[in-house]
Design a protein around this ligand. Structure first.
Ligand code: ADP
Ligand code: MG
Ligand code: MG
Ligand code: MG
Length: 414
């Protein structure tokens, strides 16, 4: 039976609501009346409350029935909280410790109560502020490799994987956002688009390039139809929270089954946009060093992704893909097949990377790396570098041998 009890919570009502949940009340301690509550949602979609009790502090994230960035003219199903909850559970098993621990899930209220990450801050803010995170690339590369491998039939039994694909296939409205805002709208004059003054000639070039649009549509075909693994689906620097030495992943409500290379490609684009935006955020003395650090994170992410994927391939391959009977069982080295697949993943990742670099400057939902640059005469040329490099990635995805080649190209455009 359908439960229609959903009510949007507020700073005033959430204490009483959570006070009635034993697991949450005992964790926070004291009385709900005495808890302090703040709403801190800075994302595009949901309410996020910090609820602080005498013993502990938790995060309560509630889906709204519409897109927060736009308002109730754009309805969005509450069921995305259900998928976010299940994505968090799977990610916690596949890379323990990387996602917030879940304390309580209430499907009817579209509400997830979880670990409060503190003193972590959103990585995008750190990149704008010029702050480094130790071993960031290794942490992110491992997360991408583990979730890619364990979420696929390299590891899962086929029946389990198919059941999970069926479960997540119910998350229709959220992928539709990506299909429109990422893969379609940037390449025509869509209603919700916006771009910085001064970019018209670059934008006209992109929209006039039919080869580019063909390739982007090919990637959307893969994104929507290929169920290689369970994706995070929204892995940008605003979905990572970090301290100087730790990084954690949040906000997987865009979860879906999709191509192996999607998450790492989107992530790489967000580092490249941080890179291109730096001249507006750093003094000349700090600029080159910090930009090189960003590129070193991209390289480390890919190196670790490959190393970890190869390790898992060697030691934990137990699903129906590339079965041992065909390789080890007949005396073959299993690694050439792994390396060939990694090559395909890399090519897809480069293409997705270029597409993400486009959409963040052209459609709805821009990123603060560029958006925080108030002077459009400074912002536009930096975004133009990013857009032009993005097109080169999409058009020549096959020609990038490795992350070093990608970073060399970034240096040329910088
Ligand atoms: P949305 O889906 O609306 O983008 P997010 O899950 O990204 O929502 O959360 C929005 C903001 O809330 C984050 O940018 C972060 O500042 C804060 N936040 C979310 N989850 C946590 C958490 N577990 N710990 C601390 N802060 C969090
Ligand atoms: Mg978010
Ligand atoms: Mg903009
Ligand atoms: Mg989100």
């Amino acid at each position: 039976p359908e439960d229609n009890s959903y009510k949007t919570l507020s700073v005033e009502t959430i204490g009483a609501h959570l006070g009635a949940v034993d697991a949450v009340r005992s964790r926070l301690g004291g009385n709900a009346d005495g808890w302090s509550v703040r709403e801190v949602g800075d994302g595009n979609l949901n309410l996020v409350f910090i609820v602080e009790g005498p013993d502990e502090t938790v995060i309560a994230k509630q889906a709204l029935p519409y897109v927060r960035l736009v308002g109730d003219s754009w309805p969005l199903p509450l069921y995305r909280a259900f998928y976010e909850y299940h994505a968090l559970s799977r990610q916690a098993a596949r890379d323990p410790g990387l996602v917030p621990e879940i304390y309580h899930f209430d499907e009817a209220q579209a509400l997830i109560v979880m670990e409060f990450l503190s003193p972590h801050v959103i990585l995008r803010r750190k990149l704008i502020a010029g702050e480094k995170v130790v071993d960031l690339g290794a942490i992110l590369g491992r997360f991408c490799a583990r979730t890619a491998f364990y979420g696929s039939e390299l590891y899962m039994q086929s029946a389990d994987k198919k059941a999970d694909v069926a479960l997540f296939a119910g998350n229709v409205a959220i992928p539709a956002i990506t299909e429109a805002l990422v893969f379609t709208d940037p390449y025509f004059d869509a209603e919700m688009n916006a771009h910085t003054d001064g970019l018209d000639p670059v934008v006209a070039d992109l929209r006039g390039n039919v080869d580019l649009k063909m390739r982007v549509q090919r990637m959307m075909t893969k994104f929507a139809s290929n169920t290689e693994t369970m994706l995070h689906g929204d892995l940008h620097s605003g979905s990572i929270m970090a301290t100087e030495t730790e990084a954690r992943i949040i906000d997987p409500e865009f979860v879906q089954y999709g191509p192996f290379g999607f998450d790492i490609g989107m992530l790489t684009a967000n580092f490249l946009m941080a890179y291109f935006s730096q001249p507006a955020h750093r003094s000349q003395a700090d600029l080159a060093g910090y930009q090189e650090w960003i590129l070193s994170v991209i390289e480390a992410t890919f190196e670790t992704f490959q190393d970890e994927f190869r390790r898992l391939w060697r030691d934990e391959r137990q699903g129906m893909f590339y079965p041992q009977v065909l390789f080890e069982g007949q005396g073959h080295d299993p690694m050439p097949a792994c390396n060939a697949l990694l090559g395909d993943i890399w090519t897809d990742a480069i293409s997705f990377c270029g597409i993400e670099m486009h959409r963040r400057c052209l459609s709805l939902a821009h990123n603060a790396d560029f958006e925080d640059i108030e002077d459009v005469r400074i912002r536009a040329p930096l975004e133009a570098r990013n857009l032009t490099m993005g097109a080169e990635l999409i058009l020549n995805a096959e020609s990038f041998a490795d992350a070093q080649a990608l970073c060399s190209l970034a240096r040329q455009y910088n």
